[in-house]
Design a protein around this ligand. Structure first.
Ligand SMILES: CC(C)(COP(=O)(O)OP(=O)(O)OC[C@H]1O[C@@H](n2cnc3c(N)ncnc32)[C@H](O)[C@@H]1OP(=O)(O)O)[C@@H](O)C(=O)NCCC(=O)NCCS
Length: 187
């Protein structure tokens, strides 16, 4: 059974272990390296898991941790939430775990009144691009690259609107569909 937990500071070691596994498994998907993360301690993770302006969600399947996602204040756009550290273990991919993690972060951000959930994804990261496309994250036109020596890894930004569009002045209101994530896939 799939569970999505929101671990508190008492589970710092658990979250750190999932994050380290993610960075070792998919080094090109993340700007942070496993070496950098190895220097962070359980105490650092306790601090991160205590922040009132951020959320960390962990997915487990039948009791084994298989995924992670973090929502935190966006590094550039004040007032928006950044979606960071999205990872699903290879043995759990293709089953909707990533979607469940992202929905949990989007629900958290929406409940706090944020307008956009933003992320950066590698241009060559086809599975992630497919997932974000399906969930309604649209390219914003902003591009970036990892710092040297990984400057060959280029990314583009995507954003998901979390609020219904404002009705046109004097006109009929739009439907709310474009601000909502599409319904979960069957199966
Ligand atoms: C990107 C990632 C989070 C997707 O998670 P997921 O739970 O497999 O997501 P989904 O089940 O919705 O599948 C997403 C896409 O992955 C691909 N996929 C499906 N099964 C797969 C499998 N067994 N192995 C690899 N990719 C698979 C498909 O293209 C799928 O899109 P589709 O269903 O529209 O065809 C996961 O592949 C991952 O952790 N990758 C490494 C880390 C990473 O890239 N993180 C994102 C950083 S921006």
């Amino acid at each position: 059974m799939l569970r999505i937990d929101r671990p508190g500071p008492d589970q710092a070691a658990r979250v750190r272990a999932v994050r380290l596994r993610a960075l070792r498994d998919a080094p090109d998907a993340f700007c942070t390296t496993a070496e950098e993360e190895e220097r962070s301690t359980d105490a650092d993770w306790r601090d991160r898991l205590t922040r009132p302006d951020a959320v960390t969600v962990v997915a487990s399947l039948d009791g084994a941790d298989v995924g992670l996602a973090v929502g935190a204040p966006h590094h550039d756009e004040a007032g928006d939430v950044g979606l960071y550290a999205v990872w699903v273990a290879p043995e759990a991919r293709g089953a909707g775990v990533g979607e469940a993690l992202i929905r949990a972060v989007a629900d958290w951000a929406r409940a706090r009144g944020h307008a956009y959930l933003r992320l950066e994804v590698g241009d060559a990261n086809a599975p992630a691009v497919r997932l974000y496309d399906r969930l309604g994250f649209a390219p914003t036109g902003r591009t970036s690259a990892f710092p040297p020596p990984r400057a060959h890894i280029t990314e583009h930004e995507r954003a998901l609107p979390l609020r219904p569009p404002a009705p046109p002045a004097g006109g009929r209101p739009h439907g709310a569909g474009s601000a909502a994530l599409p319904p979960p896939r069957a199966g």
